[in-house]
Design a protein around this ligand. Structure first.
Ligand code: 3PG
Length: 395
């Protein structure tokens, strides 16, 4: 793919695919990371004299105009972050969008209404892609976090215009390549979260590519139970035991060490500040459940990290939203941050819950790279081709 280094932007109408699908609660933006990370690309294009036309999806309106899912409030948020005016057009294709684009002068910035208000977006309808392409002379994709969707604004339009990766897209792809493409070895991966079943492809792909695969969170219970350990009333997936054993066997034959918990923090109830005990991983008492990793497990992870050059992290180690079950996640995150800051470790984290967990541990800005992507980060780690990225490479 080409980056915007290859784009002579002066006087050009540039369609910039952003991901402004930010979390909103009670009409307020609760996390501005995606907005902030997008600003450098917009500012660079605008400074270079481009007429910047930003488009994005927001939420899942399913092809209908849902007023609560308008991107209009995002024009103001974007303007605040950029400290420049941002105009807004009530539609992303058709006469209204075209008229708003026609009014732009060099350096101006326009935000278009939610692409998913048109059914053609998710269907990757060629007419929708053509409607978007008509607005611009060049296309820049800065929405890595939406690149796992083959939609008109992420995939279709890339084939109709000269297409480039924006700075955020470039940063995401560079970080992922450093994690799994051509990483400094040894590579440790930490995978946590609730279920084995939703992370099968992830575990399969990582066990082929990394040197040590640390498994934490409730999914570790499934692996422990599959080995015949009593996990009490811990969350686990009994129907995944065969699969878990197959993953362990395959990793072993491929030379990947899978590190499972050696001790666990257990409680009788899943509640904040519930009384806890620390028990060996094969001895969860009847009626108790594992909610976090114990100190010996933490130590074992630390020891693997001390010998590593690269870490890729997806998924919390325990039920981190409910203290004290955030202990292992926070402790390991602190070690990762310190090793990263000292230059010993390249650390890359991403995917839904992970970013929240790293924030909770207050290390998000001390990692080498934290992705803005949820599903796209996961699919990339699973070894899947992301249509939005592939379209840039072909363009
Ligand atoms: C995300 O938030 O992960 C992206 O914006 C993609 O959103 P989607 O899952 O609704 O396609």
């Amino acid at each position: 793919y080409e980056t915007i280094d290859a784009l002579d932007a002066k006087g050009k109408r540039v369609l910039l695919r952003a991901d402004l699908n930010v979390p909103v609660r009670d009409g307020r933006i609760t996390d501005r990371t995606r907005i902030e990370r997008l600003c450098p690309t917009i500012a660079e294009l605008s400074n270079a004299g481009a007429r910047v036309i930003v488009c994005s999806h927001f939420d899942r309106p399913k092809g209908k105009r849902v007023p609560e899912m308008s991107l209009k409030p995002l024009a103001e948020a974007l303007s605040e972050a950029l400290k420049r005016p941002v105009a807004f057009a009530d539609d992303c294709i058709g006469p209204e969008a075209e008229a708003a684009v026609a009014k732009l002068a060099d350096g101006d910035i326009l935000l278009l209404e939610n692409t998913r208000f048109h059914a053609g977006e998710e269907k990757n309808d060629p007419a929708m892609a053509a409607g978007l392409a008509k607005l611009a002379d060049a296309y820049v994709n800065d929405a890595f976090s939406a690149a796992h969707r083959a939609h008109a604004s992420t995939e279709g339009v890339a084939k109709l215009l000269p297409a480039y990766a924006g700075r955020l897209m470039e940063a995401e792809l560079t970080a992922l390549d450093a994690a799994l493409g051509s990483p400094a070895r040894p590579v440790v991966a930490i995978v946590g979260g609730a279920k084995v079943s939703t992370k099968l492809d992830l575990l399969g792909n990582l066990s082929k590519k990394v040197d040590v695969l640390v498994i934490g969170g409730a999914m570790a219970n499934t692996f422990l139970a599959a080995q015949g350990f009593n996990v009490g009333k811990s969350l686990q997936e009994a129907e995944m035991h065969d699969t878990a054993r197959a993953i362990l066997a395959e990793a072993k034959s491929g030379g990947c060490e899978i590190l499972l918990p050696v001790d666990l923090v257990v409680a009788e109830q899943f509640a904040a500040n519930a009384p806890t005990r620390i028990v060996p991983a094969d001895a969860v008492p009847e009626g108790w459940m594992a909610l976090d990793l114990g100190p010996k497990s933490e130590e074992a992870i630390e020891q693997r990290l001390r010998g590593a050059s690269t870490l890729v992290w997806n998924g919390p180690l325990g039920a981190f939203e409910t203290p004290p079950f955030d202990t292992a996640t926070v402790a390991v995150a602190q070690i990762v941050a310190a090793m990263t800051q000292s230059g010993a470790l390249k650390s890359i984290g991403g995917g839904g819950d992970t970013v929240a967990a790293l924030r909770h541990a207050d290390v998000a800005d001390r990692m080498t790279y934290v992705s803005t992507a949820g599903g796209a980060f996961l699919e990339w780690l699973e070894g899947k081709t992301l249509p939005g990225v592939a379209a840039l490479s072909k363009a």
